[in-house]
Structures are given as C-alpha cells and as structure tokens.
Design a binder for this molecule. Structure first.
Ligand code: PLP
Length: 466
C-alpha cells in the first residue's frame, strides 16, 4: 500500500520485491530497460480522468459539450492519440502542436488553436487544416486572419479570447485572466473585435473564451468568468446582432502535488460551470451555448511519474541550512498559509539525481512542491528528511525540499509523483543534457512513445565552423 495513494497513478502498487509498479510494470525494470531520467505515463489514469470529465459533462451539460485536452501540458503523437481515443478534442498553441495533433489523426474540427502571438504561418496552417476554431487573441491577429481567409468557400470559425479581469487564486506566474494579463482582448476591445470578424467574409464568430489561470481549487472565480463571458454574449447580441454559439471558460482545475492539497472533483467543477451557464443564460435571455472545457493538468499530471537515479549524496551542515522564510513565494499549488510559517528544518542531506530543472522546471520557476518515494524500496518507512538537488548548474535546481525518504544510497531510484503536466513539455537542453524518454504503460506492457535524446540529436542542429 502506497502512502497518499491519491497522488500516484491509479495503477500504482508495491510489488512483493518492494518495487513500485505502474501499469503493471516494475519501475526498477523500466529504469534498467529505458534508462533514467524516465517519465512513465499510465494510460489507465489518463483515460480515467478523461472519462471523469466526459461523464460529468454528459450529466450536467448534456448535448452540446466537449472537453479538449490542453496539449501544452504534455504532447506528442501518442498522447494526442490517447486523448482522441478517450473522446477528447485537442487545444494546441503552436504550429508544432498542430502538426503533431494532425499527425496523430485528431480530426481537425476537434482542434482549437490558441496563443497570444500566433505566427502568420501558423494561422495559415490552421486555416488550411480547417480547425474547429481559431481562438483569436488580438485585433492584429484578426486583421491577419481576415486577409488570409479572404476567398474561402466556408468561413473559418473564430472564438474571441477575452480577459475577464479576474485574478484567480493561484501563483502569479500562472494567472491569466487579470486585467494586466498578456492574454486575450480587454473587455472594451470586444466591439472592435466583433466588428472585425463581421467585416471579414472568410471568418465567422463562433464563440467566446476565457482562461483565468491554472492550478485553481476554488470554482468561484471560474463561475465569475462564465458570468463575464455571458455579459459579453449579451452585448454581442444587443449591439451586433450576433448569437454566440459556444462558450469556453478554459481549463485550470487544480490537482494535489502534496498530501495537504485537495483532490480534483470533476463532477463538482463541471456542475458549478454548468449551473453558472444555465442560470446566467436564463437571467440574460440567452439561448444555452455549447460548452467547451480545456483541461490539461487535471488530465495528465497524476498519470505520470518521473524516475531518477540517485547519483550522489552530500551532508548538509546545519549552519548552511536556511529555514524557510516568510519571503519565499507561496508554493504554487498551495492556498495554505501555514506553508509560509518559518519552521526549522530537520534536513541533513542532499540527494543529487540525474535530472532536474531541464526536465521539470516548475520548482525553480514558481516554487512548485512535489512528493517522492524510493521506487526500489517503495514500502520502506521514511528514515530522514532530505532535499533533492537536480544536476543542472543553477542553485535554484532543487527539485524537492524537505522530503521524507528511507535512507537513500547511490543507485537508488527516486520516483516523483504527479509529474505529467508542464514538465517534459517545458523541457530544455540546458547544460546540453539530452532530454528524457517517455514510456506509456498499460496492462504490464511498456511502450516507448518518446525516445531519449542522444548526442547525435544534439549534433544534428549544431553547425561547426568547419
Ligand atoms: C487557453 C488555455 N486553456 C487551457 C489550459 C490548460 O490549463 P490546465 O492545464 O491548468 O488545465 C491553458 C493553460 O495554460 C490555457 O492557456
């Protein structure tokens, strides 16, 4: 039995040999076969999350609703296939993500293209593919789209992303709906945006979109965002004679990374949004629109575990250890003020691992916290509290702080939970370290779906002087 099982994939178990298994695969064997760092994605957990959303939508908003997996959380061809097979559409934010989605066979009409600075070539690519919607973000983008779409037989559906002026209760780096956000149209630009679409024969206004941020635990702000979107819909009806067909309040449902955080409740989240839509439409005399949700993290985060090898340990002299101070940023996923309290640390050692900020930048970027265990001794009781240092040449590359573990030795295998979202998709080649592999596990079978980078990959785009 794994402690805090709700942080690990649904299929996680401890085998008789004491090893952590996921999807019926012994993680120590996976590490031997595929090397470390290794990301292990559990198909069953991904599917269950997708099913959770679709069942909640069918129950609370039957008829015209869809869930689009936000590919920025983690995307390659296999993940896009998993999403499509689970019945999800796909949100993409670049030509590269669109290319992968199409390569995976996701029907173009189930793809939405987002982004605050889409390139002309990416807009052209989306128009040629015939995506279900381009979610426009600025008047300049609409002007480009109007030119590129002129002469089309069927107009391209457009959604307008608005900035609802709502600051979600989450880390500042992942707030996106406040007035100063770089994303979306300011509310006072809505009329100009609608007029721009109406004047372009190649475009058709399909709907309105807002996404107020990520890792959100309280639904109140999202319900307020729905209200703002419906105010916009009423304004478009009253001033432009436009009927808004589709509303999307984005994604953003939070997930726990540590045992003190709440679990996502798809049904309650979808019910809250559906209620806000139904009541808001009734109050404004609007017809019920189609609803599109865009979950990323809450689909894929818990489905993956990152495996690292412990390559060195180092004592931490107590004189060197800095207690947590009140000036440290609130951990991104935490709404718990007690995490700001100064507390003495019992940490005596650093474990140094063979990965870190280049495959998971979240701790360095916004103080994200994680949970870990030793995958080759998964049932052993914690014996010490350690910091886990990444291998990259930045002091901020400390992947976990204050983590209780059995006394770790060189060669032990560290498993980090909830590692699926915004990790590999944000990975870099910092220090020219090849990026890790991703394996998909299911029913005891492991399939390599993204191979480890090699030095040859690094050399392939490196042009010597001669
Ligand atoms: C427009 C949009 N939709 C959906 C998402 C997915 O958010 P999350 O992964 O928090 O569900 C994002 C993430 O930033 C986004 O920008």
């Amino acid at each position: 039995m794994i402690d805090h099982a709700f942080l690990w994939p649904d299929t996680a178990e401890v085998l008789a040999n004491g090893h952590l298994a996921i999807g019926g695969c012994d993680t120590a064997a996976l590490a031997r076969e595929f090397g470390t760092p290794l990301y292990v994605l559990d198909a069953a957990t991904f599917d269950a999350a997708a099913r959770g959303y679709l069942a909640a939508l069918a129950r609370h908003y039957p008829g015209r609703s869809a869930a689009h997996y936000a590919g920025k959380a983690l995307l390659n061809t296999a993940v896009a296939q998993l999403a499509a097979r689970a019945g999800l559409g796909l949100d993409v934010v670049s030509g590269g993500e669109l290319f992968v989605a199409l390569r995976a066979g996701v029907p173009a009409e189930h793809i939405h293209l987002h982004g605050n600075a889409k390139l002309r070539a990416e807009l052209q690519q989306a128009l040629e593919a015939g995506v279900g919607a381009i979610v426009a973000d600025s008047l300049d983008e609409l002007a480009t789209l109007a030119r590129l779409s002129a002469g089309r037989a069927a107009p391209q559906p457009i959604m307008l992303r608005v900035t609802p002026d709502i600051a979600a209760d989450t880390h500042a780096h992942i707030q996106t709906g406040h007035a100063a956000s770089k994303f979306g149209f300011a509310l006072d630009a809505l009329d100009a945006a609608a007029a721009c679409v109406a004047a372009a024969p190649g475009l058709r206004l399909r709907g309105l979109h807002a996404h107020i941020g990520s890792q959100i635990f309280s639904y109140a702000a999202i319900e307020r965002a729905v209200g703002v979107l419906l105010d916009c819909a009423a304004r478009l009806r009253d001033q432009h004679g436009i009927v808004v067909d589709t509303i999307s309040p984005g994604g953003g449902l939070g997930v726990p990374y540590t045992a003190d955080q709440p679990q996502p409740d798809y049904a309650a989240y979808v019910a809250a949004i559906s209620r806000a839509l139904a009541e808001g439409c009734a109050a404004r005399g609007l017809p019920l629109p189609a609803l599109v949700l865009e979950p990323g993290r809450s689909i894929v985060a818990r489905a993956a575990v990152a495996l690292y090898e412990v390559v060195a340990t180092k004592p931490l002299s107590s004189a060197d250890e800095q207690p947590r101070t009140k000036d440290e940023p609130l951990a991104e996923a935490s709404a718990d003020p007690s995490s700001l309290v100064v507390r003495p640390s019992a940490v005596t050692r650093y474990l140094h691992i063979d990965g870190g900020m280049a495959d998971n930048i979240r701790p360095a970027l916004y103080g994200a916290r994680y949970t870990a265990l030793l995958a080759n001794r998964a049932a052993a009781a914690p014996a010490e509290v350690v910091h886990v240092a990444g291998r990259f040449c930045e002091s901020s590359d400390v992947l976990l702080r204050d983590v209780p573990l059995p006394a770790a030795q060189l060669g032990d295998l560290l498993a980090v939970a909830v590692a699926g979202a915004y990790t590999l998709s944000m990975a870099s080649n910092y220090n020219l370290v090849p990026r890790p592999a991703l394996v998909l596990v299911q029913n005891g079978q492991a399939r390599l779906v993204q191979r480890r980078e090699t030095y040859a990959d690094l050399a392939a785009r490196d042009v010597p002087l001669g």
